[in-house]
Design a protein around this ligand. Structure first.
Ligand SMILES: [Zn+2]
Length: 147
């Protein structure tokens, strides 16, 4: 994969060693295959991100993960200029954003917007998932402007 999804700078060693838990493992396994998925209640259809053990709407434990298109809209964002995480100090400035997943109403994902200047990011901007293979075992979804 290209490096369009990469936030410049090294991945902190402690982050590379984080293991997905049972609830988030399907999300990270799909990401490794460059598929964006979202957990969905099998009783009422509510999407939820991040994954949770039960539905906050109907209380059902029945859930599955559905593939999404990867299209999203910037809901909110901030530009990080001062980095407090060792290993990411050379990455600034970069964008941390909350994106609304277009085909999973109500579900939002905390991510990075990449592939453009931080000054060009706006609320409501159309973005699409890009994949950052940060190690042999971990892939992080980030988002870049469409078009
Ligand atoms: Zn439900």
């Amino acid at each position: 994969m290209t490096d369009v999804g990469r936030v410049p700078g090294a991945l902190p060693e402690w982050l590379a060693e984080v293991e997905p838990d049972g609830l988030t493992a399907p999300f990270w396994s799909a990401a490794r295959e460059h598929r964006l998925v979202c957990q969905r209640c099998q009783e009422c259809g509510t999407f939820r991100m991040p994954p949770a053990p039960l539905c906050h709407v109907c209380g059902s434990f029945a859930a599955d993960f559905e593939d999404l298109s990867g299209s999203a809209t910037v809901y909110s964002y901030t530009v990080v200029h001062h980095v407090g995480i060792p290993g990411l100090a050379d990455s600034a400035p970069y964008v941390v954003a909350v994106v609304a997943l277009d085909d999973a109403p109500g579900a939002r994902l905390v991510t990075n917007v990449v592939g453009c200047s931080p000054a060009d990011v706006t609320v409501g901007m159309a973005v699409r998932v890009v994949w950052d293979d940060v190690s042999d075992t971990a892939t992080i979804p980030r988002f870049a402007p469409t078009g």
